[in-house]
Write a protein that binds this ligand. Sequence first.
Ligand code: PMP
Ligand code: GLU
Length: 393
Amino acid sequence: MHIAKRLAQVQPSATLAMSQKSAQLKAAGADILNLSVGQPDFATPKPICDAAIAAIQSGKASYYTAATGLPELRSAIAAHIKANTGFEYGKDQIVVTNGAKFALYALFTAILSEGDGVLLPQPGWVSYTEQVRLAGGIPQPVYAKDGFKVTIDDLDAVATDRTRAIVINSPQNPSGTVYSRQELTLIGNWAVRHDVLIVSDEIYSDLVYNGNSFTSMLELDPQIAANTVLIDGVSKSYAMTGWRIGFAAAPKKIAQAMATIISHATGNPAAASQYAALEAYTGSQQPVFDMRDAFAERLNTFYPLIKAIPGFELDQKPEGAFYLFPKVTGAVKALGYDSVDTFVTALLEETGVALVPGRAFGMPDHVRLSYATDMDTLIEAAKRITDFVNSSN
Ligand code: PMP
Ligand code: GLU
């Protein structure tokens, strides 16, 4: 039995593995507080569910759709992007996929030849690195000199003549950092100058809190927008992780290459889910604002509790997404563990609190806590972590 060589360096997803592990422990009767996976705990808004049910009952969801998605959904997505950013795409530039995850996978497969590089600012979401590897590319991690935001000096230090793309994820998973318009403009111009494609993963764009504002790559200079592939989807904004609908909005040539891949790899994402997504983008946006307000309240409660834990460093309050990403080496050393990974395992086994080690996001001194769960769970989790850390005294 042989496994492909390109898998030798590829790890399974740490976020999904941790979430799976806590689900198993919970099913076995353990008292688990799952702050590992990043998915809203809210149910999908009812009008969205009703649209899917109606599509199933009418029979329209029984059939294949175009591989890149229903034309009316692609038009609705193009209209949604235009309303939010002013940038105009034709519907043949929108590729609807099985989650934003597969939009990224199809994109890397479409643009990378063996040995091409992709700049990946760290910390960064677990799947970018592994997807680039699976597509035959070389991940080029970029660490900011200071904090979580890379500058063009940081990019210059890592880019090579084989660099083909840079992934910018703002608001960022795992730190909740949001890039300003000025910072994005500098990076955007740098990418245009170097003929490096911008992959702008804006899946958390609706989740920005406390008066902070979000800027899309598409709102900047038209040259920057024309050099960008937008990645987004319904998972986070509309509490629809299980429905698996994401999309890429791309220059025509790239959209066509992705369409070819998708026509062989998956065909269309589930038709019923596409009708649900159509309702998400064209119906009332009030549920998005209500969920955003609930996340903001959780952040404002949870952040001070976690920041106060001895040995947890979290100076910058996150502006968006739904994660905290403290450096925890102070606490890990005080408790006598040899790494953050063993600390996270012990925390789960002894207190039932599930987190994700920072190593999976390129920063092994940190842990990620998701606050996309109810307030009681967050307050109880903060208490258990605090008691666990204080048990060293
Ligand atoms: N990008 C980022 C930054 C994410 O955190 C996630 C995780 N949900 C995705 C993309 C993929 O989301 P989905 O496949 O659920 O659309
Ligand atoms: N993106 C979410 C996370 O970071 C969902 C799990 C995944 O697909 O990685 O937890």
